[in-house]
Design a protein around this ligand. Structure first.
Ligand code: COS
Length: 385
């Protein structure tokens, strides 16, 4: 409403909204209950242009960057944070390729990703490498024309579902985070399999799975960038995709706010619609103001990233930090507005509250975002001196 969106941005928003309302909403409750990502939803994504948004035009994409992704993720999240997470994680998996892939790699993989024929996942997390992202143990030893991967990754969104995996590996374990590299692994590679499937609190439509590598031989030409660039590739990827998580948080919060407003207009207590009580009005006003502030910061961040600026870490972390807190607050308040009904699965707000929680955790916890923000503030000050 306030954001002077371009015509193509309005179109993408509309496409995402329609897909969410017409295809995702009817399956939402079932996907949440059964914790699964239906093939027909994957196909619908492929039929829409949404998977082209983050792919540059020369590789059959729309080249709409972070703002396009933010708008699509927000619209999907209004209806279902789970399908939005699968979609966002696909963009996350493709980002190292877009940023650091060679011409040959991009030509080979990106058109297939743009059409939705192939899905992607990003694999960094390990049992001992969560917030401490530099502590990756999955080793990749060079052997002739291949790297041989041994180890595992956990909590991988789109694990099992994706056809390609951008995997952060240790090519030189003597160098710590400077010995990490990023490598693109295809699903059917020998020695690559899938382990534990997670049973999550929220975003249950998004598959989350362990990846297991056992003497898995990956061609050397699948290395993204150069050896030793893995940690930097992961950080530069997150600098962009954290804006997408902010958009997911805005969408989840908006979904809950909309439900709370509709309910306040219908539900009667003490002979009045509850929306007539100031106690409820104050809640709705505070919720709506927080959502708009989170949206404004998220869009500003996306526009700043798309401007080509290099110092995007701080604003991206600020957007994710703020919007994810808003998502948690607003969904919790929405449950409160709906009262006992809000606590029941007959209404979607309890699910939204469960979905919101992950936005404070994945792609860097809120505590890690604060650390990134504070470090950048201190560096900016030193640069002035
Ligand atoms: N872009 C480019 N380079 C970056 C960077 C960025 N955004 N952030 C850090 N780097 C570089 C640093 O410049 C540094 O290189 P030099 O030593 O050559 O200067 C190197 O990477 C190490 O950075 P740093 O010293 O800041 O690493 P730390 O281990 O102290 O902290 C944090 C890094 C904690 C910020 C990082 O590990 C992080 O973001 N963790 C959370 C990871 C995460 O999101 N996990 C969830 C995955 S679920 S998808």
């Amino acid at each position: 409403m306030y954001y002077n969106l371009l015509e193509e941005e309005k179109m993408i928003k509309e496409v995402a909204k329609n897909l969410a309302e017409e295809k995702i909403k009817p399956l939402r409750e079932e996907m949440d209950r059964k914790s699964y990502f239906p093939p027909e939803i994957r196909e619908e994504f492929g039929r829409s242009d949404l998977l082209r948004i983050f792919v540059p035009e020369e590789y059959e994409g729309l080249g709409m960057g972070t703002m396009g992704m933010a708008l699509a993720i927000e619209e999907l999240s209004i209806v279902d944070g789970g399908c939005a997470a699968a979609f966002a994680a696909n963009g996350l998996g493709a980002t190292p390729l877009v940023l650091f892939g060679s011409e040959e790699q991009k030509k080979k993989y990106l058109p297939l990703i743009a059409s939705g024929e192939k899905w992607v996942a990003f694999a960094l997390t390990e049992p001992e490498a969560g917030s401490d992202a530099g502590n990756v143990k999955l080793k990749a030893d060079k052997d002739g024309d291949h790297y041989v991967l041994n180890g595992n990754k956990i909590f991988i969104t789109n694990g099992g579902e994706a056809d390609y995996y951008a995997v952060i590996v240790a090519t030189d374990r003597t160098k710590g985070m400077r010995g990490l590299s990023a490598i693109f692994v295809e699903k059917d590679t020998e020695g690559f399999s899938f382990g534990k499937e997670e049973d999550k609190m929220g975003i249950r439509a998004a598959p989350t799975r362990e990846l297991v590598f056992s003497d898995c031989k990956v061609p050397k030409e699948n290395l993204l960038g150069k050896e030793g660039m893995g940690f930097m590739i992961a950080m530069r990827t997150f600098d962009r995709t954290r804006a997408g998580i902010a958009a997911q948080a805005v969408g989840i919060a908006q979904g809950a706010l909309t439900e709370a407003i509709s309910y306040a207009n219908i539900r009667k207590q003490f002979g009045k619609r509850i929306g007539e009580f100031q106690a409820i009005q104050i809640k709705l006003a505070e919720m709506a103001t927080k959502v708009e502030a989170a949206r404004a910061l998220t869009y500003l961040t996306a526009r700043y990233i798309d401007s080509g600026a290099s110092n995007i870490s701080k604003i991206s972390s600020q957007a994710k930090l703020f919007a994810s807190d808003v998502a948690m607050e607003v969904t919790t308040e929405a449950v409160q507005v709906l009262g006992g009904y809000g606590y029941m699965k007959d209404y979607p707000v309890e699910k939204m509250m469960r979905d919101a929680k992950i936005t404070q955790i994945y792609e860097g916890t809120s505590e890690i975002q604060k650390l990134v923000i504070a470090r950048e503030l201190l560096k900016e000050d030193l640069r002035k001196k």
